[in-house]
Design a binder for this molecule. Structure first.
Ligand code: HEC
Ligand code: HEC
Ligand code: HEC
Ligand code: HEC
Length: 484
């Protein structure tokens, strides 16, 4: 949607809006009084209302982020024209650009801006079954949840209690009960983002290898990094009170990263087991390591190997991964195994054993692979729980950087997808060291050049060389370790 259109829609006359809000509030109160608590939202909970209903100039449509409790300029942030922060407001518009036209022609799906294959991720309308305007793109409710149950009540009543911190906490809890999604919870947030930034079983929420081959970019995601790229809120004292029940509490960025890895892998294994796991007579290539197929062929007297041995693909029984069979895309698996030991040595060992069993099963047949994937997913889910239940200290962040640089992890970075995760992980860990005060902004800036070199080494999949990447990342990691 264009900036003009949304500002226009946001400037609905204030008096009418207040009257409308009061009317809704009265209706909600009537419903609450009349109905038993469990059903107090009636049919409203789960109803999508659209971005315009959040956009009032006294709501989230202010020109300045000077609101007392929240910034209130979230709409402006969401629709920033040129930054990553504004990408979601453009998500539907990109379906009309030339790349989308190219993709659509290849797939033979007609107008991509109307195709359900695309709308599931590029608009809220896909999930709301068209209840909101498609040109909202990915609107507020795609992440904060359908607002029917709380739009009219989520701001009301703050400022009347003697203990404002307690009051704001209670208000947030009542909003959650009314259906607002708990995005400060890493497991909840990761679940919301990976629906579109990895894929789901929902309609139009999966970028198959066919869609990538037709021209769609490969999706790459890291929860904490992408969260900061799209952030439109401040973690001030009242945020701490509202979200965590203490004015000093803040988001644990290392935990956010670790949970993000677990949730992505859990989603991958779950989809692999489902009917998304196959395409016609083939396995769905989306789940496999891209470079294992996409490389040059040499057929000459003196044979040349282009693959690099990956010790992480060891199989149960100790055999080597068989040449010529594409392995699973292990981008999140590698990072998860770096973090697992910190959360639980027992689970780390189980992860290694079940990964090896899964690799072995993949060379047998699909039923064996599916069964082994289910076992591995159980371990991943237990690790997710262990990460979510523990907080990560500054020392943990250093320990994780150490873990990523050990040969056990570093030697597994033989594919650009896994390497991209590694550099995003190191970036996130360094940022968390800065935000927790363990490393100064100046010292971090000095390491930026190394990190940028590592990003550059994974930018072009065809130019990717594992040894160059490992050298660039190794140099960043050594500089970070020197700051301890
Ligand atoms: C699983 C969710 C999902 C589906 C389904 C999906 N996309 Fe995307 N698409 C994304 C994400 C996420 C990005 C951003 C990638 C990034 O930056 O990491 C994206 C990026 C794009 C881009 C590049 C953006 C730009 O600025 O040019 C185009 C074009 C695009 N998608 C078109 C389509 C089309 C056409 C379809 C349907 C055939 C489609 N997408 C289906 C999630 C999806
Ligand atoms: C891509 C997902 C996403 C979209 C789209 C999105 N948000 Fe957010 N929003 C978040 C996340 C994540 C946070 C930080 C976690 C939290 O809620 O505390 C946040 C925080 C906020 C906050 C601060 C919450 C607080 O309690 O301090 C407000 C207010 C907000 N968003 C409003 C909006 C509005 C209005 C829109 C639409 C114009 C919108 N958001 C669109 C993900 C999103
Ligand atoms: C309903 C689907 C959907 C959900 C849910 C969603 N996104 Fe997105 N996101 C997209 C699409 C599609 C794009 C690409 C849009 C474009 O290119 O303009 C995108 C782009 C982004 C970008 C910009 C990436 C870039 O390379 O510029 C960031 C950052 C981002 N999303 C973060 C998040 C986070 C964090 C969450 C969860 C809190 C989230 N998104 C949830 C669909 C979604
Ligand atoms: C099992 C082998 C295999 C794997 C794994 C694989 N691909 Fe492919 N890919 C192919 C084949 C075969 C084609 C050509 C299909 C055709 O002729 O249309 C192809 C075509 C493509 C194309 C179109 C290229 C062109 O010149 O038309 C792109 C882009 C692509 N793949 C991306 C990826 C990405 C990204 C991944 C990893 C997520 C991946 N592939 C994983 C086998 C694979």
């Amino acid at each position: 949607m264009t900036t003009d259109a949304i500002v226009k829609r946001g400037e609905r006359p204030r008096a009418a809006m207040v009257a409308f809000a009061l009317l809704l509030l009265a209706l909600v109160i009537a419903a609450v009084v009349a109905a038993p608590p469990a059903r107090s939202q009636g049919g409203e909970a789960g109803r999508y209302t659209g971005v315009a209903s959040c956009a009032g100039s006294t709501c989230h449509g202010r020109m300045e982020g000077d609101g007392i409790v929240v910034r209130q300029d979230e709409l402006m942030k969401w629709q920033e024209p040129s930054s990553a922060g504004g990408a979601h407001s453009r998500a539907w518009a990109v379906l009309s650009n030339s790349r989308s036209q190219f993709i659509a022609r290849n797939l033979g799906i007609g107008d991509p801006s109307k195709a359900s294959m695309c709308l599931g991720c590029h608009s809220t309308a896909g999930a709301s079954r068209g209840a909101v305007p498609v040109d909202d793109g990915v609107g507020c409710e795609s992440c904060h949840g359908p607002a029917g149950g709380w739009i009219s009540s989520h701001y009301a009543g703050v400022g009347t209690n003697a203990d404002p911190d307690r009051e704001m906490r209670d208000k947030h809890l009542s909003n959650l009960r009314a259906g607002l999604w708990k995005l400060e919870d890493p497991v909840v947030r990761a679940g919301v983002c990976v629906d579109c930034h990895f894929g789901s079983k929902g309609e139009g929420q999966f970028v198959t290898h066919r869609i990538m081959a037709a021209g769609h970019p490969r999706i790459s995601f890291e929860l904490d990094l992408f969260s900061s790229l799209q952030a439109h809120h401040h973690e001030d004292a009242d945020y701490g009170w509202r979200k965590f029940g203490s004015g000093g509490a803040r988001t644990d960025h290392v935990q956010m990263w670790a949970v993000g890895q677990a949730v992505a892998l859990e989603r991958s294994l779950d989809l692999f087991q489902s009917k998304r796991g196959t395409e016609g007579m083939f396995p769905e290539f989306f789940f496999l390591d891209c470079h294992s197929c996409h490389r040059r062929i040499f057929d000459q007297a003196k044979p040349l190997r282009t693959g690099v041995d990956n010790p992480g693909r060891a199989m149960a029984g100790g055999e080597k991964w068989p040449e010529g069979i594409p392995p699973y895309n292990d981008e999140n698996l590698i990072m998860l195994s770096a973090a697992a030991r910190l959360a639980s040595p027992a689970l780390a060992e189980q992860l290694a054993a079940r990964t090896a069993a899964f690799h072995r099963a993949m060379t047998i047949d699909r039923p064996s692979a599916v069964a082994a994937a289910a076992k591995l997913a159980e371990t991943v889910s237990a690790l997710k729980g262990a990460f979510a239940a523990r907080s990560f200290s500054g020392a943990d962040a250093f320990a994780l950087v150490d873990a990523i640089s050990t040969p056990a992890i570093n030697d597994r970075l033989t594919d650009y997808a896994g390497s991209q995760q590694a550099v995003m992980g190191v970036d996130t860990l360094l940022n968390s060291m800065v935000s927790s005060g363990r490393v100064t902004v100046g010292a971090a800036a000095g390491i930026r050049a190394d990190i940028d070199r590592a990003y550059a080494a994974v930018k072009d999949p065809n130019a990717y060389k594992p040894t160059d990447f490992q050298a660039a990342l190794g140099s960043a990691v050594r500089s970070i370790r020197a700051l301890r």
